[in-house]
Design a protein around this ligand. Structure first.
Ligand code: DQA
Length: 146
């Protein structure tokens, strides 16, 4: 059994309501519940955090260094494009992670086309909507087996 952590960034609490033509109609609860079932079916433990505050992610990542977290999925929302502080915190964990984005960053505004996380992630899934989390978990399970 592995411990998997999903971090959801600012404004993702509004999923379902927020620009559904870009982010889809699933709510964050829908996504978390499906991930929960997927993890339970594979014998893994899932915890998740959504926050609108950068400091919450930094603190959670500091805890992840000590709480036995084996793998992470992260979508830091707009902090993806701005936060060197979260990048430093995630590097300090030395925990492998996959970066997920619901929308295709590369078909959007130029300021969304740089991520502070892509170069240090195992991999990145963008533009596949909520399905991106499911695919990222499948990839995580495979890695955790090896
Ligand atoms: C996002 C893309 C970001 O640019 C944006 O700020 C978000 C969501 C995505 O999942 O597509 O909040 O991370």
């Amino acid at each position: 059994m592995a411990k998997i952590l999903i971090l959801h960034g600012p404004n993702l609490n509004l999923l379902g309501d927020r620009e559904p033509h870009i982010y889809g109609s699933d709510t964050l609860d829908d996504i978390n519940q499906r991930c929960q079932v997927q993890c339970a079916n594979s014998g893994h433990e899932l915890t998740s955090l959504q926050s609108n505050a950068e400091a919450d992610f930094i603190d959670r990542l500091h805890n992840a260094r000590r709480d036995g977290t084996d793998f992470m999925l992260v979508n830091f929302g707009a902090f993806t494009h701005t936060s060197i502080a979260i990048r430093d915190a995630i590097l300090a964990t030395e925990i492998p992670f996959i970066e997920v984005h619901l929308s295709n960053l590369y078909s959007r505004e130029e300021y969304r086309q740089h991520s502070f996380f892509t170069d240090i992630a195992i991999g990145c899934i963008v533009g596949l909507g909520a399905q991106g989390y499911e695919l990222a978990l499948q990839a995580a399970f495979k890695r955790l087996e090896n």
